[in-house]
Write a protein that binds this ligand. Structure first.
Ligand code: 5AD
Ligand code: SF4
Length: 481
């Protein structure tokens, strides 16, 4: 039988832009109904997550909510009674992947009409995507947005009880929901949100519209989550925000990211990381804290996006290449053995050869330890998508390949320089390629593979680097103190 469509709320990108006077904080307590418990008890769920760490963290929350219904996680999509696709829309190819995946799920739904398919996350914060899902992908049962996670179980109940294809996507500047349920993906490393949304409105970026305006979590809630994770034996915490450096600006007069970072470092967590840094909000106090605490890893992800001042201006990045380089130099000077990574967009509308060369020049000067490179992808509703572009896609791919090659040379050099040095490595598991080999990351976030006993998994050990590849290192165990 064909299911009716029921629309509670449709997304509206404009609403997400509007700043709220006051952010509200909610404590969300899960009280699943008898109906949900009876219906889902013992059934299996499968979650596929696309995109960034914020999505990964949201998926852990969704999994935690489902486990309150006594559902079990499966890694085999064919075995699932409930499939969630937690989507990303930062670039078009991320969306294409999701559509491909949903298309493939049709066969499963035909085999098992009771299968429930849920699509959530950033992609469905866009009206044209929801319409496409409703019109063309009839296998999808429930669609909700990034602001509706706390409401997930109610939406699931409504979908099942009313036997409808339900759409409930809230577009808003957003509030803060504290949801303590969580089924974390990892036993040793955990992400902790410090803020949600983004206020930077880079002209190419859809995130401020899909995730709403920037809002910080209360410091007590963050520290409480960190302490609970430490009690459970977690060794590494990564503080998460679209722009961690602006943490607290919306909430406190005299407590910023440097204070939070210091407070978290003082909990005694073995390893502390943070993502993502915006150059504009990076202040000296933060640099001092990073250099002062040994448990803060010497690795900073500092997206530059472009090395050209004119492109940076059109991107609304709020800094010049000189200001960026000054910050990099200060960081390198004050934080010995610092590793830097970055994000770079190639082929922003009307980027000239000279402007692209400025990016190559900057990359050579900074000498990044790792980098994520992207070809510009127009996103409906963002200011950059309205710019008429005179650069062909062929030219963009040529530039992209050139940039990747330049970066590889630099990254290889940086990896080579690690040979002979000893690093702390948090052992995460056996290597994907060879089950006799263990793998983990060093403080600079470089993947290290080495021979060792699997009993070392979950420990921090000393490893001497004996060989380097561009994206990983090979080492030998020195001690397992
Ligand atoms: N096109 C290409 N890359 C983008 N990013 C964000 N928006 C776009 C876009 N429209 C990249 C930026 C950002 C990273 C997460 O994704 O480099 O830092
Ligand atoms: Fe997007 Fe810019 Fe915010 Fe990063 S800082 S999430 S690129 S708007």
């Amino acid at each position: 039988m064909k299911k009716e469509i029921k629309i509670e709320k449709l997304p509206d990108l404009k609403k997400a832009r509007e700043k709220k006077e006051h952010i509200e904080y909610f404590e969300y307590l899960v009280k699943p109904s008898e109906f949900l418990l009876n219906f889902f008890d013992g059934k299996k769920y499968y979650i596929r997550t696309y995109g960034c760490q914020a999505n990964m963290r949201d998926s852990e929350t969704l999994a935690g909510l489902l486990e309150c219904l006594k559902m079990n996680k499966t890694e085999v999509v064919d075995d699932a009674d409930l499939i969630i696709l937690n989507t990303c829309c930062v670039r078009e190819n991320a969306e294409d992947k999701v559509f491909g995946e949903i298309g493939a799920l049709k066969a499963l739904k035909n085999k098992n009409p009771n299968l429930l398919i849920v699509v959530c996350g950033c992609m469905v914060e866009q009206t044209h995507i929801v319409n496409k899902l409703l019109d063309t992908y009839k296998q999808v049962d429930l669609i909700f947005g990034t602001h509706d996670i706390y409401n997930f179980l109610n939406l699931l109940e409504q979908t099942v009880k009313e036997n409808v294809r339900l759409v409930d996507v809230t577009s808003s500047a957003g509030d803060v929901y504290e949801i303590s349920q969580s089924a974390r993906d990892d036993k040793f490393k955990a992400f902790v949100n410090v803020s949600y949304g983004c206020d930077k409105f880079c002209s190419y970026c859809i995130v401020p519209y899909t995730r709403g305006r920037e809002r910080s979590r209360r410091k007590e809630d963050i520290l409480c989550e960190v302490n609970r994770l430490l009690e459970k034996g977690y060794l590494e915490i990564t503080l998460l925000g679209q722009n961690v450096n602006s943490y607290g600006k919306d909430l406190y007069e005299d407590y910023d990211f440097s204070n939070l970072l210091e407070d978290v470092a003082k909990t005694g967590v073995k390893r502390l990381r943070f993502l993502t840094s915006h150059p504009w909000d990076f202040n000296d106090k933060m640099i001092d804290v990073i250099s002062k605490y040994d448990n803060i890893m010497k690795y900073i992800h500092l997206p530059v996006q472009s090395g050209s001042d004119s492109i940076l201006r059109s991107m609304n990045r709020r800094y010049t290449s000189k200001q960026y380089l000054d910050l990099v130099n200060k960081l390198k000077e004050k934080i010995p053995n610092l590793a830097l990574s970055t994000d770079i967009i190639v082929g922003f509308p009307n980027e000239s050869d000279e402007e692209f060369e400025d990016t190559i020049k900057l990359v050579k000067e900074v000498k990044y330890d790792s980098a994520f490179t992207f070809i510009y992808s127009p996103r409906v509703g963002t200011p950059a998508a309205k710019i008429k572009d005179n650069v062909t896609s062929k030219e963009k791919s040529i530039r992209f390949t050139r940039l990747v090659k330049e970066l590889e040379k630099i990254i290889e050099e940086k990896s080579n320089a690690m040979v002979g040095k000893v690093f702390d490595v948090l052992v995460e598991g056996v290597s994907k390629k060879n089950s006799d080999v263990l793998s983990g990351y060093n403080q600079n976030n470089k993947l290290v593979n080495f021979k060792g006993d699997p009993s070392l998994i979950g420990k921090i050990v000393n490893v001497k680097i004996i060989e380097s590849h561009t994206y990983s290192l090979i080492g030998e165990l020195v001690s397992d103190d």
